[in-house]
Design a protein around this ligand. Sequence first.
Ligand SMILES: O=C(CO)[C@@H](O)[C@H](O)COP(=O)(O)O
Ligand SMILES: [Co+2]
Length: 221
Amino acid sequence: MIKIAPSILSADFAKLGQEVKEVEAAGAELIHIDVMDGHFVPNITMGPIVVEALRPVTNLPLDVHLMIENPDAYIEQFAKAGADYISVHVEACRHLHRTIQLIRSLGVKAGVVLNPHTPIEMIQHILDDVDFVLFMTVNPGFGGQKFISSVVPKIEALSKIIRERGLTIEIEVDGGITAETIGACAKAGATMFVAGSAIYNQEDRKKALQEIKAAGEAVLQ
Ligand SMILES: O=C(CO)[C@@H](O)[C@H](O)COP(=O)(O)O
Ligand SMILES: [Co+2]
């Protein structure tokens, strides 16, 4: 089962509600919201008020990707605003276990994110506590970057650990996902795929989304 999470970072911010509705109608499973603070990453995007504004616009789960320093200070605000999934970067958390517990205590699915260069060993002691792991396949900060294929063996290695330990953790992949790159990640064990520019920068978003999903499902048959 392949889930597609369009990233609104590549949407038209002047009509965000409509942009979300369009990908929902096109068959998206989640809406991915990239939160950037200008410190952890060199870009500034949106905060809890955008999540709150989008909450009544869609029935889809809101997948909030926090690329911020000190995420603990904002997690409650994002949960109250309507986030269903919240992920934090292992590189931004001083007390990762505490942060993950905080997310879960608010009734939100908790995820941990790894930058392309961060080894999976960094999260082996948190695997019992997370709902999902997000692998960055670009350096975080911007949409429209090139997929970094050297991340795929890390996805494969984590899938093996998840299987061996009998855990129920979903693997999400974010960055440069297209109909060409999704297959290798799906084969490696990922099930949730963020796609920003490959959907929103296309004339026919529905066609683009369906092609990406079909390419992911094709390798599983
Ligand atoms: O978190 C990020 C970037 O930091 C992503 O969610 C991007 O928004 C994905 O965009 P594409 O690579 O699919 O264009
Ligand atoms: Co993201």
